[in-house]
Design a protein around this ligand. Structure first.
Ligand code: FAD
Ligand code: UDP
Length: 387
């Protein structure tokens, strides 16, 4: 009945299914364990009628015109450039740490010298990961690097990951580099915005096709199994000869046979307040105070008009697949040991002829939405369309 089966209705699964239905005109079944599509990008109205992101704030940004153009087939966009402030030494200052942050936190006599030295060494409009800045030999730059490390990165990262910045892959803290610039935006990508009617509507339009059938509320294990010996896939009790596109956790697919891949989870605390706005910008980070890392106020993102406002606090927590409330694998933990374990699973998966892995969980990669869309489009082209 189906030529393809896709597990998971997040960006990875939805893009592949849309392409199969529209470009190949083939039939595809999507199996999704949650009661909705959209994966972690899912949004909905809360009981006060305010649009919220159920699994944490999602801001779309990309430098890839192809990705922007592709998604623009399914949504219009609200212009939105994300601004983040961090509470440091009692002041709310721009994050990523930039030249404005520098001048707000340090006395002019010092900050002017620092600015000159930063520009001399790295240039203007340049992004320097904090772990790289810490390697500077100049005494003043060393002082600055330690200041930023301690005030912005150390405590936030310890809360978020339970680890120090230097114990994680440098790309993690490198996502929010020191920016030698006076541009206060969180991202500098050419294309930025929030889907005008929300992410869920975008997904609904992507998947609205007679070739696509979606089973929500269904863990794939209820209807599909794989035989690790014969490398066969069984769907509804019969051998499935089509292709399986899997976007869930790779260790789960192979019954954790080689051990569990570690993840970091989050607990979200939503609160609706009887006022029009709570804070100045979309997100305020609290590196050094409280057990949460940041507060996001959705109305800044959506542009929605409403007399009340909803905020969310993010409390990092350990992931445990067996404990409800801790069982959502939000972040793959980027350290060498975990990458090695992933590679072992991947090598085993590669022995299956009709299995394709794509997405943040299946690839155990800290992807943003645009990177997942780009990867799914590439996988479709190389492994599905041209096969
Ligand atoms: P997912 O969205 O996780 O989708 C996978 C789907 O598979 C899920 O719906 C899941 O329920 C389903 N599934 C898993 N196992 C099974 C199973 N056994 N049976 C059936 N279905 C299953 N990116 C940005 O670009 N900008 C942001 O601002 C941003 N903010 C983020 C904030 C947070 C807190 C988090 C956690 C992520 C954020 N991201 C952001 C990243 C973004 O969420 C991901 O890049 C994107 O959602 C990945 O899509 P995906 O399809 O790979 O995975
Ligand atoms: N980070 C930090 N302080 C900040 C912001 C970020 O230490 O004020 C570090 C932290 O380790 C975090 C990483 O940079 O996990 C990436 O931040 P980003 O905002 O990209 O995280 P995400 O939105 O993916 O949760």
């Amino acid at each position: 009945m189906f030529d393809y089966v896709v597990i998971g209705a997040g960006f990875a699964g939805a893009v592949i299914a849309e392409r199969i239905a529209n470009k190949l005109n083939k039939k595809v079944l999507i199996i999704e364990k949650r009661n909705h599509i959209g994966g972690n990008a899912y949004d909905c109205f809360d009981k006060n009628g305010i649009l919220i992101h159920k699994y944490g704030p999602h801001i779309f940004h990309t430098r890839l015109k192809s990705v922007w153009d592709y998604l623009s087939n399914f949504t219009e966009w609200n212009f939105y450039h994300h601004h983040v402030l961090g509470v440091i030494d009692g002041k709310k200052v721009p994050i990523p740490f930039n030249l404005n942050t520098l001048h707000e936190l340090l006395p002019k006599s010092i900050s002017n010298i620092m600015e000159e030295k930063l520009i001399d060494k790295f240039g203007y409009n340049v992004k320097v990961p904090i772990l790289k800045l810490r390697e500077a030999e100049d005494e003043d730059l060393k002082f600055l690097a330690n200041f930023v490390y301690e005030k912005v990165f150390l405590n936030y990262t310890t809360k978020q990951w339970g680890m120090k910045p230097e114990d994680l892959d440098p790309t993690v803290t490198g996502r929010v580099p020191v920016y030698i610039s006076k541009d206060n935006r969180y991202f500098q990508d050419a294309y930025q915005g929030i889907p005008k009617e929300g992410y869920t509507k975008l997904f609904e339009r992507m998947l609205d096709h007679s070739n696509i059938k979606i089973m929500t509320n269904t863990d794939y294990k209820e209807v599909l199994s794989i035989d690790k010996e014969t490398k066969e896939i069984v769907l509804f009790g019969q051998k499935f000869n089509g292709k399986l596109i899997y976007t869930g956790k790779i260790d789960e697919l192979f019954d954790y046979e080689m051990g569990e891949l570690p993840y970091r989870s989050l607990r979200f605390e939503f609160e609706t307040l009887e006022k029009e706005f709570y804070q100045e910008v979309g997100t305020v980070n609290y590196p050094n105070d409280y057990n949460f890392t940041r507060i996001t106020e959705f109305k800044h993102l959506s542009g929605q008009n409403h007399p009340k406002t909803t905020i969310v606090k993010e409390y990092p927590q350990q992931y445990n697949k067996d404990i409800p409330g801790q069982d959502i694998p939000y972040y793959p933990i980027q350290v060498e040991e975990n990458k090695k374990l992933y590679k072992k699973y991947k090598e085993f998966a590669d022995e299956f002829e009709n299995l394709i892995l794509v997405g943040r969980l299946a690839e155990y990669t800290y992807y943003d939405m645009d990177a997942v869309v780009a990867k799914a489009l590439k996988v479709f082209k190389e492994k599905i369309e041209n096969e």
